[in-house]
Design a protein around this ligand. Sequence first.
Ligand code: CTP
Ligand code: MG
Length: 226
Amino acid sequence: MAVALLVAAGRGERLGADRPKAFVVLAGRPLLEWSLAALRGVPAIERIVVALPPGFDAPAGTIGVSGGIERSHSVRAALAASLAAADGGDGDPSEPVIVHDAARPLVTPEQFERALAALEQSGADAVVAAAPVTDTIKRARPSGEVEATLDRRTLWAIQTPQVFRRGALSAALAQPDELLAAATDDAWLIEQAGGRVHVVESPRENLKVTTAVDLRLAALLLEERC
Ligand code: CTP
Ligand code: MG
């Protein structure tokens, strides 16, 4: 069995809506409800913890927790709440923990299942959903002069879900607040600690809603599905 942490505590500054991004209505439901519906479709998930912005209640059937200043602080708070809800101990270090951004409403139950299966098969500390890069990527100096063209065949655009062994995630998140604040994903914290992280292929359609154009695109794709 696995637990899922849905991080929904961000303010959504780049979207600039009248409420936190996870609660903006998208194709008829609050954004976070799309991810919750996908999580509820995975039989291996026994509980779901949601990191929330101040003043918002936990959705039905989930455990709510207040988010932190940066994303990783919210993941840490949700991980702690998932334990308190279980037995009050340190938890089973081999238990799979799924971390997912509420900002990715196009995720499907199959994508969670594929990541969980890849964690089992790879023996890695973490598995991250990722899409092959389709653009040519160059590295440039601050002056704009191109330094190198990277080999696209080795490059991946990282998404969530990310799936971890509880022990590895808990150790990674026990690092100082400043290091956590610098992390754009939790898998990076595992890499910093010398852990093994694998990618599992995921469609580009599993996009992150960051700006207004992403919201429009997500609405079109979700309406197409219904
Ligand atoms: N998140 C969180 N706690 C934070 C910051 C972010 O739980 N302190 C969550 C967001 O709710 C989102 C995910 O992490 O589901 C990815 O973050 P991002 O896309 O950056 O969302 P926001 O931080 O809300 O947006 P912005 O950076 O534009 O303010
Ligand atoms: Mg943010």
